[in-house]
Write a protein that binds this ligand. Sequence first.
Ligand SMILES: [Zn+2]
Length: 355
Amino acid sequence: MVKRRDFLAGGAAFFGALPMRLCAEEGDNPLLRFGIVTDCHYADIASAGTRYYRESDGKLAECVAAMNAERADFLIELGDFKDQGDTAETTLGYLRDIEQVYAGFNGPRYHVLGNHDMDRISKAQFQSVIKNTGIAPERTYYSFDNQGFHFVVLDANYLADGTNYDSGNFDWTKAYVPQHELTWLAQDLATAAPRPVVVFIHQLLDADEGPVYVRNAAAVRAVLEACGRVRAVFQGHHHSGSYRKLGGIHYYTLKAVIEGSGAENSAYALVSAYADGRLSVNGFRRAESRELAGLPACTAGITGCSRAITVDTRTAMQRYMAQGTGVDTRTVSACRSRPATVDTLRHFGTILGLS
Ligand SMILES: [Zn+2]
């Protein structure tokens, strides 16, 4: 069996000889595999502290080459893709450079917005340079399907009043998922039934107090938990990484690319999804490997997402402002059961090995 370290040491000449599924065992083929990478903070500027901005394009190039060699079904970066120069124009130049490296991946690629992505430019400027495969350019939160799974990308880069982060007009410790996005999320999860769900976000959702957590994380978790089909949330932002399981959902925070000098101080991972409900995170370089256990997709699909729930989609500030004014908690029908469709049956057939 080829060890990852050996494979990386083998260099480019080795890539062409790789089998289709490097980690597949007989009878244990993953249903799909995707790559994750985060916090590149790329900029052509001098290093500061533990952050080596100029090295991030090389580190990302290694990640892209490895994911191409692995034939990953898609690749997603979890935010803070670039850092900032003195002007918007130089900053956009850094973004174009790192996007060009990222575009070397031979498959669908996606972006999650991080706070630094709007440090010197607007969301619209960021979106005008990057490409999310098959997604409208203006969409900063969106979803897509791959191999019978549903993937959701969230954007927490909003002020408490729902205003977009724009050219540094924000305090990075105050991130919110606004009400319009929570409403969209509940509807999107319901429409995607019975597919199992994986969520991507930059700022963290697995606690409520602390600078790296989304301020209204509890409201987001309520929607995710009510669905019953959300397997895992992959996050960036907190550069040292972390893991927690909460309300039946795995929260895996990937370590940052930017931290430390040299190829060995990078981090990215290949996530494999199996029919038994397991997500296997295979960490490269400093990224942590971890098995995320779960229910089989067919079981989760039948039992999950069949009840209406009450979700308070307001932010803490909005709740505070509404005290004594008689404003009711908003009721959202987050999850509706749907009759099995041809597509659904095909999906179950795939899991049961019928196709
Ligand atoms: Zn960061």
